[in-house]
Design a protein around this ligand. Sequence first.
Ligand code: NAD
Length: 420
Amino acid sequence: MLATAIEEKNAYDVALENFDLAADALGLDDGLRAIIKYPERVLAVNVPVRLDSGKIVRFEGYRVQHNTARGPAKGGIRYHPNVTVEEVKALATWMTWKCAVVNIPFGGGKGGVTCNPKAMSLGELERMSRRYASAILPLIGPEKDIPAPDVYTTPQVMAWIMDTYSMNVGYPVHGVVTGKPISLGGSLGRNEATGRGVFYTALSSAQHLKIPVKDARVVVQGFGNAGSIAANLLHQAGARVIAVSDTRGAIRNANGLDIPAVISFKERTGSVAGFPESERIGPAELLALNCEILIPAALENAITAENASAVRARIVAEAANGPVTPDADRILDQKGVFLIPDILCNAGGVTVSYFEWVQDENHLFWDEQDVNRQLEKVMTRAFSDVLKLYLERKCNMRLAANMLGVSRVAEAVRVRGLYP
Ligand code: NAD
């Protein structure tokens, strides 16, 4: 189970280890490392909530700003029972490099509340979201730190946060969060953006490796927002999505699943498990299937030293943040697997969040084709920037992406003269 794997490796240790590898490769001096390696701010907040039963329970919440040298902090808010301050620090760190890799003018931030949203009513979620928003209010704002959705947070949650912030300042502030409902200044294409970005980078990788997309076998772990949208776009492009999974189970059809039908089945039943034209398989078996593209799109540490040698994919596209541990990286590398690292692969979400913020700040909205066209431009350019470094330095794609992100942040620190 993923939950056990998470206990085995702290995501923040992974983030620091990957930073050190990039900093070493860049020959970064100790002073710069001290400035950009660690979070600028870490806020822990108490979130008391009245449940529907009348009982008051407390949740713990966090907001971390890792680095703002290139612009305001940007990053999602996660509601999950496994949220820890270390995990939020790791996710904030990755956001810094991610925004730099796609070259958008944001720094890295992240937030989270340790809770089980699946066991909460809509009213309880609203009260918790508003209380959490009030608690992190001193840190957030359109010029300072702009939250967005992450695991188990939705456009509705963003609307409550926008409203809480706006009530406090006394006027509507659309640009304080992204991933909002369209009726409230959200951007067309934002909901699909992460999956669409995964799709563009998967296409670029297949092209680089000369793998035809038509009939390419695709496996997706985590059929949520990012995973299901990437799966659907690949299905539309002619690939065969042969297996998908969620927390309740994994399913397989060697001839290719009818992805739009799996999406409607999941909407109706809450899971992919039990989809008629499929056989049920185990979660470990899914990751070991012979395929061209494997997309881990659930949570951290899905592919570890224990199961990496079983992976039989040509391309691993990290839709999730941190799904492959550094030990597993080395194993995949030795096996010749081409990895699209998370800070590149799933950067479509933050890219369209940036477009949403630009539209909110300008009070002028784009149509969906414009959003998708701009997204494709940003993602394919970022992919070729990383690929260039990968080919020049003869390193792996993770190191190339981290080097690109870290070097752009280091450059901003240097140019601004942010030395103490
Ligand atoms: P989501 O909640 O919509 O989907 C997550 C899916 O993973 C759910 O279907 C869940 O059932 C499944 N899952 C969880 N644990 C699993 C397990 N052990 N095995 C199989 N399936 C499992 O979340 P999302 O927004 O799609 O995010 C997924 C990942 O993508 C996260 O790591 C998130 O940080 C990353 N990400 C998301 C966005 C975005 O805009 N949504 C942007 C960047 C990165």
